[in-house]
Design a protein around this ligand. Structure first.
Ligand code: NAD
Ligand code: UDX
Length: 469
């Protein structure tokens, strides 16, 4: 097992890009090549307009790019030269066939593994960076043994990524932990050590945790399931609060003070979104079913049921409060990304809430500081009046350039992402109220309104998730 001088990352997405950019930035003597089959994505990584928005990422990429960090569509060339290969391809939920709606689609993992087996002549350390079902490395090993030349030696490690979008750079610079799982063999442990040496250039030694491969694969699913479960748990409590005049923010602050519960991930709202939680829970449900554990599957499924219900409940509340009809009413949607500080809309709760409101006949004015109108079009379908050449249902919404503009003429404003600019003291609430249709509602799905009394004094009717009126 060679020492690591040349790293390749297959998959230049939300994980591969930031992870290996930070690695290259921290290890100038290691050549890092990030490769992808998506030409437009690689073009964007090589331009001034990176394909993803992450605070702090631009500076890191600009400093390392061309020095020891490269982005290329030459997948084979990058694999061939590498001592260590991160596999960071997408692992979406299957949409058809066996396990549709639950199982992870491993076709991209398999395609990448087949490429490595075919192209890498000397062999390499292969690192599962993607989130995969437990024991995926076993299938990868079989592919490698069947396809690779006999003198190539491979060792597979599991090194799941725990970064959260919006804080990717800070999470990567100072991770809570870096897990490295290996087979319990001498070669496995040596490969583990090689990867640990790379991380130890900037990660605290106590944060680098080694374990068995299967534990490492499962730890990633377990961590996301536990985090998602907290969000669903507090959202379930929020529904009780609204019926009892308890306030979920007070209840959660009381719970947070218990060190055994901890202070994070107890923010009630409109439900969780993002590309990971739902997919990884589905993955865990499928794994449980395949292992003959239906009760375990049912237990984790309930976290998803609660999340779907939370999103619906929020949309239904809007309709009910606005005199049970929103037909032809203008509604400002503030925030579309699944969380703040990202332009990512994958599984964003905003998509479900907007669809429900459109279904009920509302006319939406959507504003998000980082989500492009083309991303909104992709998520909701094209807006009415857009110049679409194909036959498709057009939806009644516009994409606006600012919070103020979105509110003009609207009967309600709905907060769906916790962007700092919505909470800013600079927001002129008086002017916003004046520009709106009356009565003017605020539906706060993200705990943005800190002083509802002040807004009520201006004339707004304020509804907050988990608080009520
Ligand atoms: P992504 O869709 O943004 O990126 C994946 C990239 O892989 C795409 O650009 C795709 O073109 C490329 N790709 C697919 N097959 C390929 C192949 N055979 N050769 C070359 N390139 C190929 O996905 P992502 O959000 O970066 O997630 C990647 C993995 O990391 C997933 O398994 C995900 O569950 C996991 N993960 C994601 C996050 C997150 O916050 N997004 C966090 C932790 C873990
Ligand atoms: C998550 C995990 O946190 C990360 O460790 C893993 O690597 C990838 O999946 P991410 O999806 O990027 O990260 O964002 P996260 O901060 O976990 O938020 C997920 C969703 O939960 C967002 O929609 C967020 O708004 C929501 N959320 C989070 C809540 O509704 N309440 C909370 O208290 C926390």
């Amino acid at each position: 097992i060679r020492s690591v001088k040349n790293i390749c990352c297959i998959g230049a997405g939300y994980v591969g890009g930031p992870t290996c950019a930070v690695l290259a930035w921290k290890c100038p003597d290691i050549k890092v090549t990030i490769t992808d089959i998506a030409e437009d994505r690689i073009r964007a990584w090589n331009s001034d307009e990176l394909p993803i928005f992450e605070p702090g990422l631009d500076d890191i990429v600009k400093e390392a790019r061309g020095r020891n960090l490269f982005f290329t569509t030459d997948v084979d060339g990058s694999i061939e030269a590498a001592d260590l290969i991160f596999v960071s391809v997408n692992t979406p939920t299957k949409v058809a066939g066996i396990g549709a709606g639950l199982a992870a689609d491993l076709c991209y993992i398999e395609a990448a593994t087949r490429r490595i087996a075919t192209v890498s002549k000397r062999g390499a350390i292969i690192v599962e960076k993607s989130t995969v079902p437990c024991r995926t490395a076993e299938s990868m090993n079989q592919i490698l043994s069947a396809l690779s030349p006999s003198n190539a030696t491979f060792e597979i490690l599991s090194n799941p990524e725990f970064l959260a979008e919006g804080t990717a750079v800070e999470d990567l610079l100072d991770p809570a932990r870096v897990l490295i799982g290996s087979m319990p063999t001498t070669r496995g442990r040596l490969a583990q050590q090689r990867l640990a040496e790379v991380y130890s250039r900037w990660v605290r030694p106590e944060a680098i945790v080694t374990m068995g491969l299967w534990s490492s694969e499962l730890s990633k699913l377990a961590a996301n399931a536990l985090l998602a479960q907290r969000v669903s748990s507090i959202n379930a409590i929020a529904a009780i609060c609204e019926r009892t005049e308890a306030n979920v923010h007070e209840v959660s602050s009381a719970c947070r003070l218990d060190l055994r519960i901890g202070s994070k991930f107890l923010e009630a709202g409109i439900g969780f979104g993002g590309s990971c939680f739902q997919k990884d829970l589905q993955n865990l449900v499928y794994l449980s079913l395949s292992l003959g554990l239906p009760e375990v599957a049912e237990y984790w499924k309930q976290v998803l049921v609660m999340n779907a219900w939370t999103k619906q409940r929020f949309a239904r509340n809007i309709v009910q409060k606005m005199f049970s009809t929103i037909t032809a009413k203008h509604i400002a949607i503030l925030g579309f990304a699944f969380k703040a500080d990202t332009g990512d809309t994958r599984e964003a709760p905003a998509i479900d809430v907007c669809r429900d409101l459109l279904e009920d006949g509302a006319l939406l004015h959507i504003y998000d500081p980082k989500v492009s109108s083309s991303a909104i079009n992709r998520a909701l379908g094209p807006a009415k009046g857009s110049n679409v050449s194909f036959q498709s249902e057009q939806r009644a919404y516009t994409v606006e350039a600012s919070m103020q503009q979105a509110c003009v003429g609207a009967s309600a404003l709905v907060f769906l992402t916790k962007w700092a600019e919505f909470e800013s003291h600079a927001v002129d609430w008086k002017a916003i109220y004046a520009s709106m249709s009356k009565p003017a509602w605020i539906f706060d799905g993200r705990n943005i309104v800190k002083d509802p009394t002040a807004l009520k004094k201006l004339g707004f009717i304020v509804y907050q998730s988990g608080v009520g009126y």
